[in-house]
Design a binder for this molecule. Structure first.
Ligand code: SF4
Length: 264
């Protein structure tokens, strides 16, 4: 069995709206190092209106406690990235794997359609942690927190965003488009990778193709006999969507399309 397929589509889900894993502090939970939260209304209210949100706090689940010392990412001589305490220099990295194993399994079983993680966190940041230059001569370069990096590597086709990017039009549209595409594909393939279900989806999905580069429609039509290839191509092509009006129409199609028009 194709492992990516297994990770993103295989497990049946009873969700009636997309499920997202979200950094717990963004939902108003007091889990930060100092016992505070970082509630973001765009997530806790706006996204919660049309999605099911599952809170996750890697540092609490690594049993670092609240309050706790702050941490940073350090690269060792072999290029491994480590989570190091700012005060004690304790290496917390080994605590990450057990919670990761548990959470990745849960995400597969629950059928997540995306992830919203806290910007700039050494654990959660989806590409916005400021990694210092090793020589101190250059500007910090943005990178992933260690938890977010592992989730990205495990679910490479699923969208991931931070709460700050949700304020910007294109990243927000792109996230919603990819999230709803994944959610609908799960419904289309609820009973497994069927070419009949795929063809039924393809004939009504014009609004989706209009949001992609024009070559994608041909590439997708060529993959109609192979649901796995089709899904990979579709979710990949959507990364290139750029036209705001077309993206809005595609999101509307994905949100409103009755399941009966998307499955055989
Ligand atoms: S950023 Fe991540 S690790 Fe830090 S408090 Fe929020 S959920 Fe926990």
């Amino acid at each position: 069995m194709d492992s990516t397929w297994d990770r993103i589509l295989l497990h049946p889900t009873n969700a009636s709206v997309p499920r997202l894993a979200v950094s717990s502090c963004l939902l108003g939970n007091p889990v930060r190092y100092d016992g505070s939260d970082k509630k973001a209304e765009t997530v806790a209210t706006a996204m919660a209106y049309h999605c099911e949100l599952l809170p996750v706090c890697p540092e609490v689940e690594m049993e670092m406690g609240v309050p706790r010392e702050t941490i940073h990412i350090k690269e060792d001589h072999d290029g491994n990235r480590l989570l190091i305490g700012n005060d004690s220099s304790t290496d917390y990295t080994a605590r990450l794997q057990p919670m990761l194993d548990q959470r990745l399994q849960e995400f597969r079983e629950l059928g997540m359609s995306g992830f919203i993680f806290k910007a700039r966190s050494p654990s959660c940041a989806p590409g916005s942690y400021p990694m210092p230059d090793p020589d101190g001569s250059d500007e910090p370069s943005p990178t992933y927190g260690l938890f977010a990096a592992a989730v990205r590597d495990h679910f490479p086709l699923l969208p991931m965003i931070d709460e700050e990017s949700l304020h910007h039009h294109r990243p927000r549209r792109l996230f919603n488009l990819r999230m709803y595409a994944h959610f609908r594909l799960r419904q289309v393939f609820h009973d497994g990778p069927s070419t009949e279900a795929l063809r039924a989806f393809h004939v009504v999905a014009d609004p989706l193709f209009d949001a992609m580069p024009s070559c994608c429609r041909t590439d997708l039509a060529a993959a109609l006999g192979d649901p796995r290839t089709y899904v990979h191509r579709l979710l990949g092509c959507l990364r290139e969507a750029n036209d705001a009006e077309a993206m809005d129409a595609a999101i509307k199609f994905l949100r409103k399309a009755p399941p009966s028009s998307l499955s055989v």
